[in-house]
Design a binder for this molecule. Structure first.
Ligand SMILES: C[S@@+](CC[C@H](N)C(=O)[O-])C[C@H]1O[C@@H](n2cnc3c(N)ncnc32)[C@H](O)[C@@H]1O
Length: 269
């Protein structure tokens, strides 16, 4: 069978309802295409009528396991005859009991999608609880981030601990080796978001490779092999360096940041 684009898999959905904004379909395709033929383990937080689980099953024909989690009790009645690789867990995704049920079904995931309450508090906690469950090379998608600009969803444009405020700070983590002073990712994020400090301190944040923002969507990719997603060595090729001959000496060297420990900007506030 010809592989489907995410849009095609979505358009083919005829039974249970799924609800996505049009622009997400292409963003999903770009983010997921490398995984399309693999035996993926996928977790979706927030499934409502359950149709998105069938779309994922269609898009990833070799899926190993697709778990949908939803707080709504009626989701417990959702069934997927003919596909015993789709499982539904009912409960608040961030509650310890629900998390334990999910991780008992699968210890880790290739893809995690947060389409739950869209409240900043829930989004941040779900990221901190579930990012460590993402396999190396895995993709974490958070959608409907427009709610992050709205007060009723614990958000607002100048709210530094809105979901967007928090996610923007993740961009600093792959650049840790350039900070120029000793600080862990946990210390940094806890300083920026003290409300979440206990959860942050327990969170393994290693391997954040990229953080991409689209309209209302954030896609975070975990590095396949490198837990610090390092810059690597400098690569110089060519032999003629008339403007700066020093370049010829730089091949194979590493990046050494200037010491920033006394900088006023190495402290919050
Ligand atoms: C936008 S709908 C999901 C739509 C679905 N993903 C789709 O594509 O059709 C959001 C769902 O998140 C669920 N939800 C809200 N808070 C949640 C929480 N804390 N944990 C799990 N699910 C939650 C709601 O019950 C609702 O069904």
């Amino acid at each position: 069978m010809m592989p489907l684009s995410f849009r095609e898999a979505f358009e083919a959905q005829a039974d249970r309802v799924t609800d996505k904004w049009d622009s997400y379909l292409d963003i999903y395709d770009k983010a997921f295409v490398a995984y399309r033929d693999r035996e993926v383990s996928l977790l979706e937080i927030g499934i409502q009528n359950g149709g998105s689980l069938e779309v994922h099953a269609r898009y990833f024909p070799n899926h190993k396991l697709i778990i949908g989690c939803d707080i709504h009790p009626r989701c417990g009645a959702l069934s997927f005859p003919g596909n015993d690789k789709i499982k539904v867990v009912v409960g608040d995704a961030n509650a310890a009991e629900t998390r334990a049920t999910i991780t008992a079904l699968s210890a880790d995931f290739d893809i995690i999608i947060d389409d739950g309450s869209h409240k900043s508090n829930d989004i941040i906690l779900s990221f901190l609880y579930f990012f460590p469950k993402l396999k190396p090379g895995g993709i974490f998608v958070i959608e409907d981030l427009h709610a992050s600009y709205w007060q009723a969803y614990d958000g607002g444009l100048f709210h530094s601990s809105s979901a967007m405020g928090f996610l923007k700070d993740l961009v600093d983590l792959p650049n840790l080796e350039h900070w120029g002073f000793a600080m862990t990712p946990q210390e940094y994020l806890a300083a920026r978001h003290p409300k979440y400090a206990p959860v942050i301190s327990a969170c393994d944040l290693s391997g954040i490779y990229s953080v991409q923002f689209f309209n209302s969507v954030c896609v975070i990719e975990k590095h396949l092999t490198d837990p610090v997603a390092s810059l690597g060595q400098r690569r110089i090729r060519g032999t003629r360096a008339e403007v700066w001959p020093g370049a010829l000496q730089m091949d194979g060297t590493g990046s050494i940041p200037p010491d920033q420990s006394n900088s006023r900007w190495s402290r919050p506030g």
